[in-house]
Design a protein around this ligand. Structure first.
Ligand code: MN
Length: 223
């Protein structure tokens, strides 16, 4: 079997009261598991059914397989963005956000607004684009930054199944509550990983390079 359902990085009730155990049991145990199971059923017997990483299945599929594989990937990412022991973003992380959004408060407002106003089902993302700038995107259904060569940094799931048990139709309240559980170390780690995956780190004029060493230091000292 090529794709496995990840283990949650916290207990089912660890995010209460922001996200209830019941929501986790449905969202992770049924919806997320369903995308994984569907992906495996769809790749069975194809060239993708042999130790092909999920990201490569996402990048090399379309239609119903893409929808399910991308949703499996997006949910893996979503759970990693949340923690029962949140800490504020590190100074360098804040500085990088200020570089691209003016202020941290402005970023928070823009991000939550993007998530609140996304029409229908989908995801709000903070991404590193191909110019190494931070961008906020609204992506519908299973759409995902990795097919645009963007690096995902943070996401919030705004499909109704993410919040309807706990918040009914109040998506805004869900988002504001979820904001308090963001794992900013994970956000920073995605920038650090992007940098380490580059074949030619620190390309000329890369402002991002100035941030990496300190981001990494800050992540290490708060472990
Ligand atoms: Mn979901």
């Amino acid at each position: 079997m090529a794709v496995t359902l990840m283990d949650l990085p916290f207990a089912e009730d660890a995010l209460e009261p922001v996200i209830s155990r019941e929501t986790i049991q449905y969202h992770y145990g049924k919806h997320h598991k369903g995308y994984v199971d569907n992906t495996n059923a769809l790749i069975k017997g194809t060239e993708l059914d042999d130790e092909v990483p999920l990201v490569d299945i996402v990048k090399n599929s379309d239609g119903v397989l893409f929808n399910n594989a991308a949703q499996a990937y997006n949910h893996n990412f979503y759970w990693m963005c949340l923690t029962p022991d949140p800490m504020p973003p590190s100074p360098k992380m804040v500085e990088l956000i200020e570089r691209d959004f003016g202020s941290f408060e402005s970023f928070k407002e823009q991000f939550l607004n993007a998530a609140a106003t996304l029409f229908g089902s989908g995801w709000a993302w903070l991404e590193l684009d191909v110019n190494e700038k931070l961008v906020i995107t609204q992506r519908s259904n299973g759409d995902t930054p990795i097919i645009y060569h963007h690096t995902p940094l943070l996401t919030m799931d705004v499909w109704e199944h993410a919040y309807y048990i706990d918040y009914r139709n109040d998506r805004k309240k869900y988002l504001e509550s979820l904001w308090e559980l963001i794992d900013w170390k994970f956000v920073a780690s995605n920038i650090i990983d992007y940098y380490h995956d580059l074949t030619e780190p620190c390309r000329e004029n890369s402002e991002l390079c100035d941030y990496i060493e300190m981001l990494q230091h800050e992540n290490e000292v708060t472990t």
